[in-house]
Write a new protein. Structure first.
Length: 211
């Protein structure tokens, strides 16, 4: 089957859109932790892994910078519109994390990161028509165009992102004072967004893309 056929298949498009959401979400918790200046782990510094993360934590602004990089990358993926840029940055950051997990012999973590690497590789292949011209692959200068995700998916991504960040900041671990109903509201917003976005796309007979 040709790449074009795979690229225009509606089910494949739906999978890619939600894979972007999933991968984008993966960076938000760890990124927000660094961004607000909290430690990522409580492992003792006598352990090489704990020593490594403590050294990063003590680096000051660099720790916050790592957080910013992860959060921005996650948001780019969630927007769908700027997902190609997001997946490129995500791949660069994740490759670094993957090598670290292998080097420090993280038990089990390297498996999760390897699966994330697989997911990001799929996203890179999906946007291959945008990337190949960088290497002068297309001599004619003509880039094959495919429709982008429609507005419903862009809006959904922004609601997902905002709701998740709010839920994260309401975590009592960080000393937040809140009413329990707030948690229910934003959790419901995520669920309803998922249901409504998929229903509207299906009802409009344009499951994924705008034309």
């Amino acid at each position: 089957m040709k790449f074009g056929n795979l690229r225009t298949n509606r089910i494949n498009q739906w999978i890619i859109i939600h894979l972007r959401y999933l991968v984008g979400f993966a960076f938000l918790p760890s990124g927000l932790t660094k961004l607000i200046g909290n430690r990522f782990t409580r492992i003792s510094t006598e352990n090489p892994i704990g020593y490594f993360f403590e050294a990063l934590y003590q680096s000051g602004f660099y720790w916050n910078f790592l957080g910013w990089a992860q959060v921005i990358t996650g948001v780019l993926l969630m927007t769908q519109r700027y997902a190609t840029l997001g997946v490129l940055v995500f791949f660069a950051i994740l490759t670094n994390i993957w090598v670290i997990t292998l080097s420090l012999s993280f038990s089990g973590t390297w498996i999760i990161i390897s699966l994330m690497m697989l997911a990001v590789s799929i996203l890179l292949i999906w946007d291959g028509h945008k990337l190949l011209p960088i290497f002068n692959y297309n001599k004619s200068g003509i880039v094959k165009e495919y429709p982008d995700p429609g507005p419903i998916w862009i809006i959904a991504g922004m609601i997902y992102t905002f709701s998740f960040i709010v839920l994260y900041m309401l975590d009592p671990v960080y000393g937040a004072v809140y009413e329990k109903w707030l948690v229910k509201v934003f959790a419901a917003a995520i669920l309803l967004t998922f249901i409504i976005s998929n229903y509207k796309a299906y009802k409009n007979h344009r499951l994924v893309l705008k034309t």
